[in-house]
Design a protein around this ligand. Structure first.
Ligand code: GLN
Length: 283
């Protein structure tokens, strides 16, 4: 089969020119320029067979990132595992918000429900002096996160521990971050097949109302976040009001709500309320 015909077949069958190009790039080393300049080029049968297999897996709902076993996040490549969420561009909002919120690099970072480790590892890569702990209930996620930390040269500053949220976590932190499971469990059946069949349920299911994980997180946040510290949480659609109230009732000040690329409130940024009260008092 000629390159131009292969490209057309992939594009039409998958309904995505972008994915067709990504497959040709990743599995045949063919770039967009090659498709334009050498449309008559024939590819070896073994490459065609492999691309056919990738196409069929993709057609059955498996995301390309899962097929490749890795995903780019904030400019770095992270390995995925069956116990990790597939990092989303939305979560990059949390990284940008953290980098802006911390005027000086935090000494200690805690990432609750770390998965691939993409949040913690990205922050440690951006702040060379910081140390961090990543927590996950799934040992499979811990193993993947450790490998990712090694890959990105931060393994000496990152500790990953298997823990049910706070259970095995000691100490206090300057920055606490989390992208916890927040999908209400009755909504899981309606998620896209790419999500519900390929992301681990543990990383998605936020209980009856979607807030189970946040309730546990906030139950200990006050004694775990250092005075003057910041915490940032990814939230689901429509959860901004509840989480802001939960934060305020737990003694925090809501500094900012950061929208995602679609304009949906996606990241809640909070700090210790005490500090804010003092500032208010002076003013
Ligand atoms: N952002 C994911 C989704 O919308 C869910 C991740 C999560 O629950 N933290 O599918």
């Amino acid at each position: 089969m000629k390159l131009s015909a292969l490209y057309k077949d992939l594009k039409d069958t998958l309904g995505s020119a972008l994915e067709a190009r990504m497959i040709l790039d990743d599995y045949a080393g063919v770039r967009w320029d090659d498709i334009l300049t050498e449309p008559e080029r024939e590819l070896p049968q073994s490459t065609l067979d492999q691309i056919e297999e990738i196409k069929n897996r993709r057609l059955s709902g498996e995301p390309l990132s899962r097929i490749a076993g890795e995903r780019e996040f904030y400019g770095r490549i992270f390995a995925l595992g069956t116990d990790t969420l597939d990092p989303r561009p939305d979560t990059e909002i949390l990284i940008e918000a953290a980098l802006k919120a911390c005027t000086s690099p935090p000494k200690s970072i805690l990432d609750l429900g770390t998965g691939t480790g993409c949040i913690l590892i990205t922050l440690l890569s951006e702040w060379q002096e910081s140390q961090g702990i990543g927590v996950d209930l799934a040992q499979g996620a811990i193993d993947v996160a450790q490998k990712n930390a090694e890959r990105h040269g931060v393994k000496d500053r990152a500790t990953f521990i298997q823990s049910n949220w706070w259970e095995s976590v000691g100490g206090t932190f300057d920055l606490i971050v989390s992208n916890p499971p927040y999908i209400p469990n009755q909504d899981i059946a309606n998620l896209e097949i790419e999500v519900k069949n390929h992301d681990p349920i543990l990383a998605l299911d936020g209980g009856n109302d979607g807030y189970d994980a946040y309730k546990i997180i906030f139950s200990q946040l006050k004694k775990r976040l250092n005075q003057g510290g910041t915490a940032l949480f990814e939230i689901g659609i429509g959860q901004c009001g509840y989480i802001s109230r939960l934060a305020e009732e737990s003694g925090f000040h809501v500094n900012a709500i950061h929208p995602d690329l679609a304009g949906i409130p996606r990241v809640v940024e909070i700090s210790c309320g005490d500090k804010q009260k003092k500032i208010d008092g002076v003013a």
